[in-house]
Design a protein around this ligand. Sequence first.
Ligand code: NAD
Length: 471
Amino acid sequence: MNNLSKNYINGEWVSWSGPTLDVHEAGTGDVIAKVPASGRDEMEQAIAAADAAFADWSESSLDQRIKVLEQLHAGLKERAGEIAETVCREVGMPIKLATGIQAGLPATITKTYLRMLPDFPFSEQCGNSEVQYAPVGVVGCITPWNYPLHQVILKIVPAIAAGCTVVLKPAEIAPQSAYILAEILDGTDLPKGVFNLVSGEGQTVGDTLIKHPAVRMVSFTGSTRTGGLIAHAAADDFKRIALEMGGKSASVILPDANLAAAVKGTVNNCLLNSGQTCTALTRMLVPADLHDEACELAAAAVARMTPGNPLEETTRLGPLASAQQRDKVIDYIKLGIEEGHTLVAGGPEAPEGCDKGYFVKATVFGNVKPGSRLEQEEIFGPVLCVIPYQDEADAIRIANGTQYGLSGAVWSADADRAKKVAGKLRTGQVFVNGGDFNPLAPFGGFGHSGIGREFGKWGLEEFLEVRSLQL
Ligand code: NAD
């Protein structure tokens, strides 16, 4: 990639000679790239370009938008190997998983919108009114590092499809796949100014983006803390916001469930991307009399997940994405011990043979007390809390007992019972008996986990204003 030292503004790669941000390889800690720590001026130029491009793009034909997204889809497929390796190195997700998820999902999602767009009702009749769905305007997209391209695609594809123009500020820790995306878009028929990328820090360029009056919507994925800042900034200017934030999701294993299958499913989900997944099932709720057996099964499952070099095909658990994230997770493991929960597997020491890179042992705590910090706070690492419960009502109360509401799971031999309990969880999605992930279904959070939905038609509607013509 030749453009990592630049920003992409108004259809041009613009050189930057100011300070830079180091990008590290998660598995070694080495610096593998440098990207601009741009200033507010660069962000303002990008916003001006997006603003200027809006009038024409908002009137572009559906065929024009579809053609660009088809070109994007082809580019994502063509560069999939490079995307997978880039994200594997930056984030630490094992290459096999990164190929399917970090590189595969962006192409899949683009395809879902390509399939949906020809029939999407951009206007409809309501009595004597014609209801029109119009693009919201310039959209500021701010994204995190854990699924860095996937989270960008979930915003820019429906935004561009809706007729919006975009300024993207990717995450500092894993920005390179956004550059690959910009290079792909540069080779499409997208008019200049419709997509812009400015690399830099949240407090500077991110801050300019969320406060600029020409930006009519901010679509954000990241921490609940930053989401709160964005909600405050947006309130001053009545901007639309879509926020995808943190989680502390519960896997509720009912007494009649297949315990081994439920524990295995929960552990696999919890450890995906070394626990750096917003929807991770990090709290496993088990009937009190099955607690010890569940802990044994969980310990056996994590023992099979030895951390290793993420670039090797056989590795199942990689490092964390940054030194800061590793240190944060280790502090939480120490906190778990201090709070008096039972350390069942793992611990705060570095895993054997992993003296370089940002590795942490997969860790399981048992007898975790509801209301404790370990049980309430998002750790964003490979740490599972096993929580005993008394009865179904107790399980639902504990599951709903955090500020978050992003995801969840219910396991039971009785499908109707599982569905009934799932319907009582205050979360945006619930996996019932290991149901498959569906890229057409809405994704988002209740409470402090988010506002708005991504994926499918719900993801597109976020970028549309409603206008009714009385005829
Ligand atoms: P973060 O909030 O620190 O950073 C996210 C983005 O916000 C980055 O691009 C950052 O530069 C930017 N930012 C930071 N401060 C800003 C400011 N003052 N103004 C504007 N922009 C600012 O989050 P993170 O540590 O990168 O990501 C991890 C978090 O993301 C976790 O809490 C996780 O749960 C959440 N997440 C949520 C989802 C979801 O869909 N719900 C998906 C992935 C991650």
